[in-house]
Design a protein around this ligand. Sequence first.
Ligand code: FAD
Length: 489
Amino acid sequence: MDRLTQQQRTAVLATASAVGASVIAYTLYKSLSRSSSSSRPRKAAKGYSPKPLPPGCFDAVIVGAGPSGGTAAYYLAKVGAQVALLDKEHFPRDKYCGDAVCTPAIKILEEMGVLDELRQNNECHFADCGGFVSPSGLSYIGTSQHKLGEAAACAVKRTHLDERISRCAARTGADFKEGFEVTSTTFDKQAGLWKVTSAKGEEVSGRVLVIADGATSRLATKLGYCTEPAKGICSRAFIEGGTHNADFDGVCFYQRESLPGYSAIFRHANDELNFCYYLIPCGKDDMCGNVKESDLKRLHENALKSDPFISKAVGPNAKVERMRAAALRLGGQGLKTTYDDHLLIIGDAAGHIDPLTGEGIHTAMMGGKAAAETILDMRADGDFSKAAAKCYEQRWMKYYGHDFYLSKKGAELIWRYPILLDACANEMQRKGDAMMAMWAEIMTNIRPKTYFLRPDVACQLGFAVVREFWNQKIMRRPDQYTPPAAPAA
Ligand SMILES: Cc1cc2nc3c(=O)[nH]c(=O)nc-3n(C[C@H](O)[C@H](O)[C@H](O)COP(=O)(O)OP(=O)(O)OC[C@H]3O[C@@H](n4cnc5c(N)ncnc54)[C@H](O)[C@@H]3O)c2cc1C
């Protein structure tokens, strides 16, 4: 009887905390909603003497033809601006990635006409059947398209995506120079022009330098804008189509050991799978929760071999590619600013990857579009000063940057309290696809993370936490991730 009273007391306390959390969440939601809507782009400052563009020079020189650089080039070229798009590689080229393209990027691809090309060539696969597995092994796999009216993400191989975007920019009028590895840049303040030189000694000059050279950004580092190496990392391995057992389009697996990181499987149009393991910086310096960058290989291989959910989906006969890995620069890490006189930094070079999900294709493309809009304003005003360039930061903050703070806090929360993810999975099991669709919308930037703080959503999740607390701590529900005990000898 005494023990029951104690349990009841715990449950009452947990309920009170859930209600309290909802009230705090409401206050936060209101204040964050206000602050994000007040960051409107300002008109560029005047008073900067406009100079005609010298012959052979470009309005913008973009270094890097990934999704950020390619998108910026397209939107500049579309209205007749002179733009050079430079990349050290020859396209098509591979880029290590999970290949999950979220809705905001799908919308931009549609606007560019690239989505039709991808569809016609069977290079994109819209994810319908998907879900996630929580740290205690609660899983939900459902369908979200019928609830959302559209897929929250699609899978496109980066060899296809980046080539189609950059060729589209070139068709629209951008001068796309492949095999152009930028090794030095100099700024002539008098003339207001950047000179960019390649490893082979070729030169290109332009009014605005756009740095889009990816997460390790040699250029932003060399020019002093980026002061730290990227702290996150992610692995990738393709699994040959027809050799695996996966019957879903996309699932995230939140293994307890590596929270707030996770692993994910995405299916391509040709039935190939993309398996990735994201390690997200969190907690002490140089740590990704309780693990380090050096743990990635072990985690990646163990997940494929021993994770009960992943090994079942992959199956015993799967042909799995060797693990590859690349850096993740999340939430603006290592940069104090993304603009200066005649200069903008976009995409991974600016650290524009969501610090909760590790996804950055959509932010790279939205940032590329924001950069193009800003350069066009600067060009119209003849003002390329730092004050005019500031509009770029106001734009990206409005489009997606306002979410970074809550994403970072979200990552910290799930690292400290994995039960929060268990509660979400539990709620999905109860509410089905409606809850799954809401989760997908928030995780893919269709809705801002502040949506989690809406009183109705926060209350629903608060009660789910209480229920999960009851199941785990009081009813002692076994952890689905715990390997079964070895039989007695
Ligand atoms: C393993 C992994 C998995 C990921 N999974 C996902 C996912 O599923 N979904 C998602 O949305 N995001 C994902 N991301 C993040 C995503 O890949 C990036 O956010 C995105 O590629 C950023 O685009 P970008 O154009 O800024 O940079 P990049 O795509 O890195 O492009 C940079 C370009 O610059 C060029 N370059 C570099 N240096 C020079 C130079 N000196 N001169 C000329 N050119 C140069 C490079 O060749 C490259 O083409 C993942 C990242 C990793 C590492």
